[in-house]
Design a protein around this ligand. Structure first.
Ligand code: GN1
Ligand code: MG
Length: 358
């Protein structure tokens, strides 16, 4: 995107200081993210173009983020570092609309690091503490949140989308991925049966983050401790198990999410234990029996969902996730399926660890 345009967009926000540079940051699959550096000692900022196709109600999403971050700020010791700070536009809105695009800004938190993968059990432990604490800080948040993405982790809804996509077969790829489709179909009943426990209320709902992969957590550079959860676009009301499951999908993977070499991909049981220890250190006392019973399964659930979503996007002609090459979504599907199988093989051990720690 051209610099002149980015400077123009940034000028609509209530920023302190004078902008020195605007540069692209990271590899989000959905939004486009930039760092806005200012001259001198004024703060730097994160500028994001929010994907309005994925998030049809960006104003509603920004209201969620504002409400949740304000709630957290009132409870932590360092409110400028322990959660995001939304910076409004000069007209007071929480976003700026340019043509059909929505833009939003938050403060850049200095002296922090993010990771694409967990390379130590200490980091996995910290990640678990981070999400456990995030959920704990929001456990008394009672205002209703907007549903920013319909049925985000609702596998019944995902299967509706799945059935429609396969029936439509918009780019003629269904015949090519019969084996992969069977991976999903053979687990349909098992996954629906888990989700029905959320639907009946046997598994309760809370405020949850819903996108807890490691790259969405900020760590404090000087201490290495977890600082806060970022990427709050998907904060909604759902089961806390989603957040545990998605983190397990990310932290325990010995390979990359899109590894072409499937031999690299396994679930590390040591990482599982470390993450669970961190998470439960914050959440143990407030979890109910059914949450504890299904905690280990949530890793399988979210990894399965990710197999379905990557494959569905491939069948749909790659409309949702950004891709770097032609069959990227298929590569992601296969790598996530390998991870799912690894979890299935180690499931008894995962359950035993949860039982021991919870
Ligand atoms: C997306 O936005 P990002 O890159 O943090 C996606 C997640 C997927 C993840 C897979 C809003 O996360 O649900 O699990 O990619 N976010 C959305 O890496 O769909
Ligand atoms: Mg992200």
């Amino acid at each position: 995107m051209n610099q002149k345009k980015l400077f123009e967009i940034a000028s609509h926000f209530a920023l302190e200081g004078e902008i020195a540079s605007i540069e692209a940051l990271g590899e989000g699959f959905i939004n486009d993210t930039f760092v806005v550096k200012t001259t001198g000692s004024t703060p730097d900022y994160i500028l994001q173009r929010k994907n309005h196709i994925v998030f049809p109600d960006v104003p509603g999403m920004m209201d969620n983020i504002k409400a949740v971050t304000e709630h957290i700020k009132a409870k932590v010791t360092d409110p400028m570092r322990e959660t995001l700070t939304v910076v409004p536009a000069t007209d007071g809105k929480l976003y700026h609309k340019d043509g059909e695009n929505y833009w939003a800004v938050c403060l850049f938190i200095p002296d922090t690091v993010t990771y694409d993968r967990a390379d130590s059990t200490a980091l996995a432990y910290q990640g678990g503490v981070g999400i456990g604490r995030f959920q704990a800080l929001l456990s008394d948040f009672t205002s209703p949140l907007n549903e920013t993405i319909k049925g985000f982790h609702n596998i019944r809804w995902r299967f509706e989308q799945w059935d429609a996509t396969i029936a439509a077969d918009p780019v003629g790829r269904v015949s090519e991925v019969q084996e992969e489709i069977e991976w999903v179909e053979s687990r349909r009943e098992q996954m629906l049966s888990f989700w029905s426990k959320v639907e009946t209320g046997e598994i309760p709902t809370h405020v949850t983050h819903n996108d807890t992969k490691i790259s969405n957590i900020l760590f404090d550079r000087p201490t290495g401790n977890v600082l806060c959860a970022i990427d709050l676009d998907t904060v909604m009301s759902s089961t806390s198990l989603n957040d545990f499951g998605d983190a397990i999908r990310s932290y325990t993977n010995t390979g990359a999410e899109d590894d072409k070499c499937l031999d690299n991909v396994e679930m590390s049981i040591d990482m599982f234990r470390a993450y669970a220890e961190g998470y439960l250190s914050e959440q143990r006392a407030s979890m109910c029996a059914s949450e504890k019973e299904w905690l280990a399964f949530s890793g399988r659930y979210i990894t399965f969902e990710q197999v379905l979503r990557f494959l569905m996007d491939y069948i749909d002609g790659d409309k949702y996730y950004k891709i770097a090459y032609a069959d990227h979504n298929l590569v992601r599907t296969r790598a996530q399926y390998k991870l799912l199988q690894s979890m299935e093989r180690q499931y008894e051990e995962m359950c035993a660890i949860v039982k021991e720690l919870a």
